[in-house]
Design a binder for this molecule. Structure first.
Ligand SMILES: [Zn+2]
Length: 306
């Protein structure tokens, strides 16, 4: 039996709408060529393998990771998925990984003792799989850009949007609510980014914003036009999780991400700006495109782009 993550097992039971959000042919070809997915360490399930989860706390110094890996190599265990956390200004680091001991020359407890004997090691923790199921339960909270984060599947979030539409009806009421939720999220996200990255740097190097959006998994954002003096911006958002979830139609469908873009860029320019979705995955376009410009007083920005 091939190793399967619990995610794979759970995903096999998703409904058609959920499958749409992950298997749309829109631009996945380009994405698979340019990007590798980022897998959060969560579950591994394989009743035929001898699996264990190790967390090695170590000194943040050259060679520490290499020494630990050398012990693993000598023991013949196979390192599976994991992550290494070693902030540049921290004296300590940790390496967290799942390992397969099925054909190893050592047992997990012995491997742990060998790691503890290294000068670079501070502490070793490990847990073995129960009935083939290995769950990452060593780490809490999840941190993203210095703040506590939670992992929510894109199809779960879009099902909440769908529920809002079913409660309020598909029309201006639900569109305005989703737009304003996105707008508040965009404002807050921009504030948090500015706590980490100088605001003027974001203006000079707009690809930073695109990188952060991709790092958060929301989509692949490109700033194709930016005129700081006129306060006009054009943004292309490929793989927009929101619009991939909608059935194909003849109108631009993003409300939450349109609000997110409006909120973030309004915060950047310190002025309320209008955001219109000019292309949309839900219309069959290759990506969603948003144009942002100063609000004309007679227009109502919350319903623009519908
Ligand atoms: Zn769209």
């Amino acid at each position: 039996m091939m190793a399967r993550s619990l995610w794979d097992i759970l995903s096999s039971g998703l409904d058609e709408q959920s499958t749409l959000s992950t298997k749309s042919p829109t631009s996945l070809g380009r994405v698979s060529e340019e990007f590798l997915p980022k897998h959060l360490l969560a579950f591994e399930f394989d009743p035929n393998r001898k699996l264990a989860h190790f967390v090695i706390e170590m000194r943040n110094m050259p060679g520490a990771l290499e020494h630990s890996a050398a012990v693993a190599g000598k023991g013949g265990l196979n390192i599976l998925s994991g992550f290494h956390h070693a902030p540049s200004q921290s004296r300590n680091a940790y390496w967290s990984f799942f390992a397969d001991f099925t054909n190893a020359k050592t047992e997990p407890a012995e491997f742990a003792d060998q790691l503890r004997s290294l000068a670079s090691t501070l502490k070793v923790r490990f847990r073995t799989a129960s009935s083939g199921l290995l769950v990452n339960s060593f780490h809490f909270p999840m941190i993203w850009a210095g703040k506590r984060a939670i992992a929510v599947r894109a199809d779960v979030l879009t099902s909440i949007f769908s529920h809002v539409r079913s409660l309020l009806g598909a029309g201006p009421a639900s569109d305005v609510l989703l737009f304003q939720m996105g707008q508040a999220t965009g404002r807050k996200s921009f504030e948090q980014v500015c706590a980490l990255v100088p605001r003027d740097l974001l203006g000079r190097e707009p690809e930073i914003a695109g990188g952060l959006v991709a790092a958060a998994g929301w989509g692949i954002l490109t700033v194709s036009h930016l005129d700081v003096s006129k306060k006009t911006v054009t943004i292309q958002l490929a793989e927009n999780f929101e619009c991939l979830s909608y059935p194909k139609g003849d109108k631009a469908s993003s409300q939450f991400m349109r609000g997110f873009v409006a909120g973030a860029i309004s915060e950047f320019f310190q002025q309320r700006l209008e955001c219109v979705e000019t292309k949309c995955l839900a219309k069959g376009d290759e990506y969603c495109e948003f144009t942002v410009e100063p609000v004309i007083p007679s227009q109502d920005a919350t319903v623009a782009g519908m």
